[in-house]
Design a protein around this ligand. Structure first.
Ligand code: ADP
Ligand code: SF4
Ligand code: SF4
Length: 585
């Protein structure tokens, strides 16, 4: 059995706050075998070849800094890359097949960025031997016989020109904040007028990058990377902050360019990834400890294997339980009385008008909200809360607890624990089990401004829901989170609302999880920034049908996993469904 021992060097507080507890309790060390060493930074290291995997040090470390993994089967004889002693390691890499779209699916923290950095030549493989520097020839030799050999030959002879849309767009926002969109894009695009029309960014060309919204910035950076000279395009999580309309626009654009391009794409929107990928690599492993790329398979097989938690061709279980998209929690709970009702509400803001058809929300009810950004979804909820003037009738004003779509916590140097106490002083006692289910326990002593995008979404969604209110509005809870996290967040939202007997509106553009979390769906239509109309609240299937009809796309359900899939435009199924008027089957 192979052991992997990881020591989180930020969490480890030796030598100031810990007297090497791990070393003292280790039975191997007690036996006078030198399994522990103290490194230059005064923190310990563990010799994995001597470790018996008893886990005593893990339990005794006061700062949860140690992870020990007992691997029955190592993914490969040795990793492609390891950062240092007792750190994360990556096994295998995605295969770059020319002219194909290579999709990557997997949890965050499993080495996708590490792999991208190696593919981009920013990190050099060290094959687990972090004390050694491999030169280009040695690296190419290590990959001989595999498809990666020719890739690294090209990469190291400067024949691969990479264009890269990174995941963390906030970092880029800070770097380029004084530049205008026009200045940035005109570097790589000659016919900027034509391209701006195509992507509907004419109105923001003069804006500074630092003043763009998340969705606008995402779109601009996508356009930049696609039009920048390249023969390999790396797109890391492009769907975050984009509404469904913009996601489809990018999907169409990728379909246009894919014939002549080689594209590596990471995304957690299953509909998007399924629709664009030719092949899929699954990334599996243990967060923070190790990650491994599966061998490539077709898109359908890859996504289904991932959801099932079992990679068929490798006979490998990657998760205890499958992800079931067809089984919701708490479907047996009855809805309570109406907590609010409204009739023909009209809101007039400076240059925006919102019309709302009659509707009601009941206790215990989660309403999914579908519609483009800027067509009045949050205006509607603020109106229900009595924060905005309106014409028409609303039965009463409710107290609301609200997580907005965008927020900037870069100045928040309070800990997550302090942040959460601001929502509910007693959260640790009242919501203990959820802290571990949502993976928040490990974040409590971290400062809010050091959290990743996905961690922050989870913490803020949790905070919003543990506060006392009648109605909760959660705008884009799933952005930046991986699929497993989207599922636990959805479960948490359903649990809390049903247990508290309150109501919740969830806005998101991941249709799969929005459908999963919702009891009914509110559909918006209109023209962003000018006019919005809330058509009404429908049963999920009907709501999705009305919404997809507006977008002119059809979806069917995959037989094996029951996940929805987008039908190819004008395919046989697409045409049949449109003829029957069934946009969501
Ligand atoms: P969504 O939640 O769908 O993104 P919003 O309700 O935030 O939509 O905004 C809809 C439109 O209303 C936007 O164009 C926005 O600029 C405008 N808007 C929002 N609040 C105000 C306000 N207080 N005054 C004027 N315009 C506003
Ligand atoms: Fe020692 Fe057990 Fe920790 Fe391994 S798991 S380092 S044997 S205490
Ligand atoms: Fe570091 Fe934890 Fe070991 Fe203390 S017990 S030295 S904090 S790893």
């Amino acid at each position: 059995m192979k052991r992997i021992a990881v020591i989180d060097r930020d969490r480890c507080k030796a030598p100031e706050k810990c007297d090497y507890m791990c070393m003292k309790v280790c039975p191997v060390q007690k036996n006078n075998l030198k399994i522990f060493n103290i490194l230059q930074d005064k923190k310990p290291s563990i010799d994995e070849s001597l470790c018996i995997g008893c886990g005593i040090c893990v339990k005794k470390c006061p700062f949860n800094a140690i992870i020990i993994i007992n691997l029955t089967k190592e993914p490969d004889e040795r990793p492609v890359f390891q950062y240092g002693p007792n750190t994360f390691r990556l096994y295998r890499l995605p295969i770059i097949k020319e002219g194909k779209v290579i999709g990557i699916i997997g949890r965050n923290g499993m080495g996708k960025s590490t792999a991208i950095n190696i593919i981009a030549g920013l990190l050099k493989p060290n094959f687990g031997d972090f004390s050694k520097k491999y030169d280009d020839k040695e690296i190419i030799r290590e990959f001989r016989g595999s498809e990666l050999q020719s890739y690294f030959e090209k990469l190291y002879s400067n024949k691969v020109i990479i264009s890269y849309k990174p995941q963390n767009i906030t970092q880029i926002k800070n770097m380029l904040k004084e530049k205008t969109v026009r200045e940035l894009l005109s570097k790589v695009i000659n016919n900027l007028d034509e391209i701006s029309k195509k992507f509907e960014i004419e109105n923001i060309l003069g804006r500074k990058i630092g003043d763009l919204s998340g969705g606008e910035l995402q779109k601009v950076l996508y356009i930049f990377s696609v039009y920048k000279d390249h023969n390999l395009l790396l797109i890391d999580e492009v769907t975050n902050y984009l509404d469904i309309y913009e996601r489809l626009r990018i999907l169409n654009n990728l379909n246009e360019i894919k014939e002549k391009d080689t594209i590596l794409i990471i995304d957690h929107d299953l509909l998007f990834l399924d629709s664009i990928s030719d092949i899929i690599h699954i990334v599996y492993g243990v967060q923070k400890a190790y990650g491994a790329f599966s061998y490539p398979v077709g898109a359908k097989e890859g996504i289904n294997n991932y959801l099932n938690g079992f990679i068929k061709r490798e006979n490998l279980k990657i998760r205890d339980k499958p992800i079931r998209l067809d089984v919701k929690s708490y479907t047996d709970i009855k809805f309570g009385k109406n907590i609010i009702e409204w009739e023909n509400v009209i809101v007039n803001l400076d240059s925006f008008r919102l019309e709302v058809n009659p509707g009601y929300i009941r206790e215990n009810e989660i309403i999914g909200v579908l519609g483009r950004n800027g067509i009045g979804k949050s205006t509607f909820v603020k109106t229900l809360a009595g924060e905005i003037k309106y014409e028409g009738n609303i039965s009463k004003n409710l107290t609301i607890s609200y997580k907005p779509q965008f927020y900037d916590f870069s100045n928040y140097n309070i800990t997550v624990d302090q942040f959460l106490k601001g929502f509910n002083e007693k959260y640790k006692e009242d919501y203990k089990e959820y802290l571990s289910m949502l993976n928040i326990s490990d974040l409590l002593d971290r400062e809010v401004n050091t959290l990743s995008g996905g961690e922050l979404q989870t913490v803020y969604t949790f905070g919003t829901l543990i506060k006392d209110a009648d109605l909760y509005l959660i705008d884009e809870p799933f952005a930046n989170s991986d699929i497993e996290q989207r599922l636990v967040l959805s479960k948490f939202i359903r649990d809390i609302i049903k247990i508290k007997g309150k109501a919740c509106l969830v806005v998101d553009h991941d249709l799969i999880f929005l459908n999963w979390v919702s009891d009914r769906i509110l559909v918006f239509t209109g023209e962003p920034g000018k006019y919005g109309k809330a058509l009404g609240i429908y049963e999920n299937k009907e709501g999705l049908n009305i919404f997809l009809k507006q977008l002119d796309i059809t979806m069917r359900t995959d037989e094996e996993t029951k996940r929805p899939k987008i039908n190819k435009q004008n395919s046989r199924l697409d045409l049949i469904q449109k003829q029957k008027g069934i946009y969501f089957e």
